[in-house]
Design a protein around this ligand. Sequence first.
Ligand SMILES: [Zn+2]
Length: 268
Amino acid sequence: MSATQPTSDAKWPPDKVISLLTRYPLVVRLYEQVREFFGDRLSLEGRIDRKHSGFIVTPSNNPPGFHSASIRLVTTSGNIPAAIAHELLHGKLVMDGFCVLGDLLPHSLEVIGPRKNCLNAWNAIQHEIFFDEFLSLGFDRNEFIQLTSALSNPEEETRELVRLRNEGVPMRLLRPIWWGNFFRNLISSRHVADASLVAEGYTQLGPSVFPEFAEDCSRIMRWISCGDFRSPERAARALNELLPILGLPGVRTYRVHRLGGELKSSWD
Ligand SMILES: [Zn+2]
């Protein structure tokens, strides 16, 4: 362990972060851009108690912007520069006017789906948006995500779904979890080879539990190739078109954007 890699739960000052990125000048520049946008509300902390790194923002209406933005890095992962770059790219999307997720839409509460599943779907979509940019920062595709946190076991999950269904748990409760994980791995399979096998497992098993599987799958593929989610203006609507296909409820979204040189915020 080198002296420049702190492992304790602690906020890392900017000079410490920059010292970890000496081999990646483009990531240093990205860090400066993201810091300039979020100002002193941005913090970066090393965590030893988590499985996943993450970028977390809290919206503020007045003034338009964010109360806080924090990057939480799992310091037990070997590749700190790649993890920093990955989380900064999540932050850059917010800076570029992409939405962050608010609560579930009231009219969709009938469809029970945890907000966490919606967040996971939006997280996967963000990966699709910035994957190429990650590579352009000087990294390899194998450095993009920590696979242990991304992969799931389709056989086990499908068995569990069938067991719960046979016990009388309604499919509308079971579907979002299965489809949420399938979608996450389907997107990951576009970036990391190891996720392809997992996505393939879901594709093989899907028709045995969902009669409409092929149709829903092609709706998802059409949604991906349409690509509306790549535009900051259209991403929120695109997301709310995707979520019902996965059996998930719609979400309110918040974005900060420039209008005539001024910073504006809006909830959709
Ligand atoms: Zn991510």
